[in-house]
Design a binder for this molecule. Structure first.
Ligand code: 13P
Length: 337
């Protein structure tokens, strides 16, 4: 058992505090720059810093946000007046999280599939992040649905990586967020998404078990069971809620404190509606908390408004807080658009 076991349990409980969820703001420089480019925002270190400062200095963010996931660049940055962003988070009651994977790379021998890298040197990086104040981490794997995909090789390689990462995190005092994302891209049906998510979650928990990961000291960050973006028959909110909860109940041990979904390219409103419906219909039947760990579905309206213009910070922060509150309410089945 990890010498951090009781601290890890407490951190996981605090991350899953009622009415709160997690704010993912750990876009790599590449992903952040892509989003900036679309809006004509200069892709410089200073603009990335200014944007992350905007997010973390939003007043009352901790009403709906328990923790935020940072990227390596961000955890080392400071505000305009020189206050470390990690200090801003501590003062604001936001638990510090850190993305520790180094990205999804092509899986050799398996065209069109990815495997997430980042295990080399991870023990040392975890120790450094813990010293810097981080108390949880994230690692994202991606599974693609296409004709004949995913392969078993892809699911197993990614599940193994997630489990090795999670074990290292627990050894070093960080609560692992385990994120196997079944991508929404494609024309697959909701039923096909269920099959793939079922197999993926089953394999991930088998690997977590094999690596000795403590289920009460981790958070699962799954995608929802949903029709592909290009599927001619689009799933309804209720279908997504029913299929997602059914798949989780089948595969996720009751000991896991919480499930915090990614938004994965859903619209802001849909991401809130789906979470809300799950909590309304099934909140009291699930052994774990059902909440959010959204990036785009919380940030996008604020980013669109700010567009790199610092005279728009206050209005952008209002938009950010609004989406955070919407999702906080949805995590209790009380979303009212
Ligand atoms: P989205 O909510 O934008 O899918 O991002 C969540 C995340 O952290 C992906 O790793």
């Amino acid at each position: 058992m990890s010498s951090y076991a009781s601290e890890l349990r407490q951190t996981a409980q605090a991350m899953m505090a009622p009415g709160k969820g997690i704010l993912a703001m750990d876009e790599s420089n590449g992903t952040c720059n892509k989003r900036f480019d679309k809006l004509g925002i200069p892709t410089t270190e200073d603009r990335r810093r200014a944007y992350r400062q905007l997010i973390l200095t939003t007043s009352n963010l901790s009403e709906a946000i328990s923790g935020a996931i940072l990227y390596d660049e961000t955890i080392r940055q400071s505000t305009d007046s020189g206050v470390p962003l990690t200090q801003v988070m501590k003062d604001g009651g936001i638990i510090i999280g850190i993305k520790v994977d180094t990205g999804a790379k092509d899986l050799a021998g398996h065209e069109g599939e990815k495997v997430t890298e980042g295990l080399d040197g991870l023990r040392d990086r975890i120790a450094e992040y813990y010293q810097m104040g981080a108390r949880f981490a994230k690692w994202r794997s991606v599974i693609t649905i296409k004709d004949g995909l995913p392969s078993r090789a892809c699911i197993e390689a990614n599940a193994h990586g997630l489990a090795r990462y999670a074990a290292l995190c627990q050894e070093g005092g960080l609560v692992p967020i385990v994120e196997p994302e079944v991508l929404i891209n494609g024309d697959h049906t909701l039923e096909r998404c269920y099959e793939v998510t079922d197999e993926t979650l089953h394999t991930v928990f088998e690997q977590l078990y094999r690596q000795g990961v403590a289920f009460d000291q981790m958070i699962l960050k799954p995608s929802m069971v949903i029709s592909g973006l290009d599927c001619p028959t689009q799933s309804t909110v209720e279908q997504v809620a029913d299929a997602t909860v059914a798949c989780l109940l089948k595969n996720v041990p009751a000991m896991v404190p919480g499930v915090a979904f990614l938004s994965g390219g859903q619209s802001e409103a849909r991401a809130s509606e789906h979470l809300n419906m799950m909590n309304q219909k099934y909140g009291d039947k699930c052994p774990w908390r059902l909440t959010f760990s959204y990036a785009r579905a919380i940030q996008q309206p604020a980013l669109n408004h700010w567009r790199g213009d610092d005279s728009k910070v206050a209005a952008a922060q209002k938009l950010l807080l609004h989406r955070a509150r919407c999702n906080g309410a949805a995590s209790q089945g009380q979303y009212n658009p």
